[in-house]
Design a protein around this ligand. Structure first.
Ligand code: NAD
Length: 541
């Protein structure tokens, strides 16, 4: 900075490619998938620009084909985590002083690498590691990740441009310093874009980062790391460590230089992290920033005036895409009695038409859930629903883990609006429906608000503006992302900043300026041009 007020390219959302049969992008991603499937890779730790193999490894397999080995990754010991902290703090000396346009250049370059030469690789890796269909991989690993990088660069410049007023006598300047210390990024399995964005957004603002990806996502995390390296992220700025999450976290949180956590994952894990930070608070040089986007129990409520086909389609797409493993996935729905038969028939017909299997076969709409733990949990809730008198399974209900962790998309009809699957986050392709009396609109809205601890996403369907207005008001605190006549999934960076409150997180809105403010610590600089030389004010006479 200092030699021009540079303008960055205006951010635009990356267009979603179609992957229709016969298209060149489909051919390229299929070939890349086959090649990656038939090769094994070894993923070491990445600390200060060096690969570190510890010899203590775990294997990686596709959830839809769990006996097939994609490779191994190395697990850190305490000394590796300590080394990562030490070298990150060393790298901070230069990185925190790097002019913003150089940081912008690196991350804009990363966006273009993903949009072009790495697109097929990052999509195929996400199909293999997380069992996403090509469409789900494209909207996550390619488009959303590119959008995060481009928009964050633009938001960074908008933040830097926000300056206080000055007068002819004083010049007031706000400097957006990076946090003093290092940032710990802990990422979930379900979005490659989130895995990339949590370390990248903090690093973009001048911070150094220790990144711990989910064990179930290391295979695609390796591609993110390759992109960061090729884009020119300097050694020590983003370091990747895998292994025992408790040991890694305890080591990180014991450091006096820990200055912030950027977390996405489940609510209980985040609460545990917050508690540890609280316990260690006297250790830290600065109050750490705590940013966490966590679980959800997302709803769809239909008014009697809504269109049954629109409601059913929103339930199908919102609950079952990516096997319901989106934090925003609809998992409890409220349908008026007069509409239920029609909605039920459409749901049953649509579910019958689903094809389930490997994402390699692009005609499959549903693939496997992430791991055996998730499979077993979902199977036990399905079994319980089969046995319980207040629940009835009206579609799906089968599961099979012989080759992959396949759970049939399942619809449970609950007689009790507080039935366990109406309240608990299951994180799989299981949706529970409660049918309410048409006239009980307001009571049902109150029920929606009070049923779960979460407040992430929610959708209301209505053709009646008065009914809609009541819903908007009564559900004010029930969702951080609220949808009218649309499914509650699919937030787009730059259009719908994402995050929820209550047990769903700190609501710092990924994909917006609000999130980036958390990674800076402003310094106010006041410069006085003609400095007073006498303490006496006029009123003293
Ligand atoms: P998870 O909580 O199991 O894991 C998230 C990360 O935390 C992983 O890196 C994991 O290794 C680490 N971790 C696990 N236990 C830990 C511990 N005791 N100490 C420190 N770190 C620990 O979550 P997941 O299964 O990977 O992801 C699914 C969850 O994430 C769901 O609850 C979903 O709703 C949530 N999610 C929320 C959002 C959002 O924006 N609100 C987005 C995506 C996912």
């Amino acid at each position: 900075m200092g030699k021009g007020f540079f303008e960055v390219p205006i951010a635009v959302n990356d267009p979603i490619k179609g992957y229709a049969p016969g298209s060149p992008e489909r051919k390229e991603v299929s070939e890349t998938y086959t090649k990656m499937y038939n090769t094994t890779i070894d993923v070491p730790l990445y600390i200060n620009g060096k690969n570190i193999s510890t010899g203590n490894t775990a294997t990686m397999s596709p959830p839809h084909d769990h006996q097939h080995i994609l490779g191994t990754f190395h697990k850190a010991e305490k000394k590796h985590v300590e080394l990562a902290i030490e070298t990150a703090l060393e790298a901070r000396k230069k990185w925190s002083q790097m002019p913003w346009e150089q940081r912008a250049g690196i991350f804009l370059r990363a966006a273009e690498l993903i949009a072009g030469p790495y697109r097929a690789t990052i999509n195929a890796a996400t199909m293999l590691a997380q069992s996403k269909t090509i469409h789900q991989a494209e909207i996550d690993a390619a488009c959303e990740f590119i959008d995060f990088l481009r928009y964050n660069v633009q938001y960074m410049t908008e933040i830097y441009a926000e300056q206080p007023e000055s007068t002819s006598e004083t010049w007031n300047r706000l400097e957006y310093r990076p946090l003093e210390g290092f940032v710990y990024a802990v990422t979930p399995f379900n979005f490659t874009a989130i895995a990339g964005n949590l370390p990248a957004s903090a690093a973009l603002m001048g911070n150094v980062v220790l990144w711990k990806p989910s064990d179930s996502q290391v295979f695609s995390a390796k591609v993110i790391l390759d992109v960061f390296k090729e884009a020119g992220v300097p050694d020590g700025v983003i370091n990747m460590v895998m292994g025992d999450p408790v040991m890694i976290t305890d080591t990180v949180l014991a450091s006096p230089d820990f200055s912030g956590i950027h977390f996405t994952g489940s609510t209980d894990v985040f609460k545990g992290l917050w508690q540890k930070i609280g316990t260690n608070i006297h250790t830290y040089k600065t109050y750490p920033r705590i940013v966490g986007e966590t679980g959800g129990k997302d709803f769809i409520i239909a008014h009697k005036t809504s269109n049954p086909r629109q409601v059913a389609t929103a339930i199908i797409r919102g609950s079952f895409e990516f096997q319901g493993q989106k934090c925003s996935a609809a998992s409890r729905c409220y349908v008026p009695k007069s509409m239920w038969n029609e909605v039920k028939t459409i749901l049953q017909e649509d579910i019958k038409s689903f094809k389930m299997g490997s994402p390699e076969d692009m005609s499959n709409y549903i693939t496997a859930v992430i791991h055996e733990g998730s499979f077993d949990k979902l199977a036990s809730f399905i079994d319980q629903a089969k046995a319980d008198i207040d629940a009835e399974i009206i579609a799906g209900g089968n599961y099979d883990k012989s080759k992959g962790y396949f759970i049939e998309p399942t619809v449970i009809l609950a007689k009790d609006p507080k039935y366990t699957t109406m309240c608990t986050e299951l994180f799989g392709p299981v949706v529970t429906i409660y049918v309410y009396e048409d006239e009980a609109w307001e009571e049902t809205l109150k029920l929606v608000d009070e049923t779960s601890d979460y407040a992430l996403t929610g959708a209301v369907f209505s053709e009646d503006r008065y009914a809609l207005e009541v819903a908007v008001k009564l559900l004010e605190n029930a969702a951080g992302n609220f949808y009218i006549n649309d499914k509650p999934t699919g937030a787009v960076v730059g259009q719908q900043p994402f995050g929820g409150a209550r047990a769903s997180g700190t609501n710092d809105k990924a994909g917006s300026k609000l999130n980036l403010y958390r990674w800076v610590s402003p310094r106010m600089v006041k410069e006085t041009f003609v400095t007073p030389t006498n303490y006496r004010y006029p009123f003293l006479g």
